[in-house]
Design a protein. Structure first.
Lengths: 258, 252
């Protein structure tokens, strides 16, 4: 499914009676089946943009269209993975993954089959009867990903899904996400503030500048997969450097590796 | 764990026996004598009758306290405005030693079961309401975001997301509500009533019948501990995650 953002703006009234402009005039075409990263510094509005696409917030200007049809509110074919742990502690791994299907009234047998397949896809075989508190943070995020993917979304929105994880887990889950993305054929929109994560994962990287939040550049990432810093060191480095300049991080290298 | 618990119970009885030997059975009847008094109370019915009267008052008092507390807690937790309007009033009433208000209950409900139930309910309702309100107000926003992104109906959200998320806090609240309701009913029985364990206690106390006093205290303790065990069982059924682990998940 294709998503078209046309002149999207989002502003909030502030306590002093003024307005805070979180996003201004964002227009973007998200292509069917692509892996798009939204990158920017903290507070630039990238998570707001994701929540607008998710229908969790309403834009104050502009329209969002799915396959050309304008839509307001959560779309049934759009799923979200959040940064914080969003697994339900009162449900097992299988119960969590099957939650959306259960709520949509799927036939129990079909549901069990799809949950089984999803447990394999997200690599949680053998953990299906565990509760979230018995899992690591990375495994809980796999559960959250499985819970959204099992609904067979056309668009998968991810808000810094690996943000709370250590760098190794983050890299490995990123590689697995790429596998899942290829197998499911969904369009992925991935919010991150990590340059390396964006370059590792995305086909296209939309760079968002803050105050007001706006897209300053969309970079096509044609590095061959699997992407490693060592494979095409020069082009990889150049891309990181370009992002760094666009984000205004030049001369402040300490902050760039998130 | 169970062995340690068993040991502590044995130690308690041993201490009781030693103290009673030291003070003399006239001041503190020992376990054996107390057991005989309880057996007599059961055989002749005075103890069982009083126990049934008390339980018959505690049960409705607790039920009303739980339902009203949950309802008002949920409403005040969901509505920030009403929460802020009611908070000083509730804390004010809660801060008054409740025993001092018992004469008002007697005036309104007269001597009998109704005043005891109302007073017990009055003791138990506040902690449930306060805990439920805090739990509803502080439910993790991400759970509600999940519910909204899945386009759940309001009923589905409440039934499948909000209530399960609140269960651990509610069990704590209900546990507290029971012990306070129980205290409230016993207090009411002690002050002005014609039946129940509290009445038995104060009647025995006035005639210096220490053996009966002791027997009633043991029955009260058994009821308290027994209900607590029931709560433990219920908690394990509805919330498979133990409290400390749940808190660890919440903190993460």
């Amino acid at each position: 499914m294709r998503v078209t953002l046309q002149g999207i703006g989002k502003s909030y009234p502030t306590q002093g009676g003024g307005t805070f402009v979180a996003l201004e005039n964002v227009s973007l075409e998200i292509r069917e089946g692509e892996f798009l990263a939204l990158i920017g510094v903290s507070g630039c509005g990238k998570s707001t943009l994701l929540e607008l696409i998710a229908g969790l917030q309403t834009p104050t200007a502009g329209t969002i269209a799915f396959d050309g049809i304008p839509h307001v509110g959560p779309h049934p074919r759009v799923s979200v993975v959040f940064q914080e742990d969003s697994t339900f502690p009162w449900k097992t791994v299988a119960g969590n993954i099957g939650f959306g299907l259960e709520m949509r009234g799927a036939d129990p047998k079909a549901r069990a089959r799809r949950v089984e397949a999803m447990i394999d896809l997200v690599g949680l075989r053998g953990f299906e009867d565990r509760y979230p508190h018995q899992l690591s943070g990375g495994m809980r995020q796999r559960v959250a990903i499985g819970r959204t993917l099992v609904l067979d979304p056309a668009i998968l929105l991810m808000d810094e899904p690996f943000g709370a994880l250590d760098e190794q887990t983050r890299f490995l889950l990123g590689e697995e996400l790429l596998r899942i993305w290829r197998e499911s054929g969904a369009t992925v929109v991935f919010v991150t503030h990590s340059l390396h994560e964006a370059v590792q994962l995305a086909d296209r990287i939309a760079v968002i500048a803050p105050r007001p939040g706006r897209i300053v550049r969309i970079i096509d990432n044609d590095l061959s997969r699997p992407r490693r810093e060592s494979h095409e060191a020069e082009r990889y480095g150049a891309m990181i450097e370009e992002l760094r300049v666009l984000l205004g991080l030049e001369g402040n290298r300490e902050q760039t590796r998130a | 764990m169970t062995r340690i618990r068993l040991l502590s119970i044995v130690a308690l009885f041993a201490l009781w026996e030693v103290l009673s030997l030291y003070l003399g059975e006239d001041y503190l009847p020992g376990p054996w004598l107390t057991a005989q008094v309880i057996a007599d109370g059961i055989a002749r019915g005075w103890l069982t009758r009083a126990t049934w009267i008390t339980l018959g008052e505690v049960a409705p008092a607790f039920a009303i306290a739980a339902v009203a507390g949950l309802f008002f807690g949920a409403v005040l937790g969901l509505s920030r405005l009403w929460g802020e309007i009611m908070e000083p009033l509730i804390l004010g009433v809660y801060a008054v030693p409740k025993v001092t208000l018992y004469p008002i209950f007697l005036l309104v409900f007269k001597v009998g079961a109704a005043s005891k139930i109302a007073f017990g309910m009055f003791h138990g309702v506040f902690p449930v309401q306060i805990i439920a309100q805090a739990a509803v107000a502080h439910i993790r926003p991400v759970y509600l975001k999940v519910a909204r992104s899945l386009s759940l109906t309001p009923a589905q959200t409440v039934l499948h997301v909000v209530i399960p998320a609140l269960v651990p806090a509610l069990v704590v609240g209900l546990r507290l509500a029971f012990s306070l309701t129980f205290i409230g009913v016993i207090l009411a029985e002690i002050f002005a009533s014609r039946g129940g364990l509290g009445f038995l206690l104060s009647a025995a106390d006035q005639t210096f019948d220490v053996k009966r006093v002791n027997a009633v205290i043991v029955v009260l303790a058994v009821i308290g501990v027994g209900v607590n065990l029931l709560f433990n069982l219920a908690e394990r059924r509805v919330a498979p995650v133990r409290n400390e682990e749940r808190q660890a998940t919440l903190a993460a």
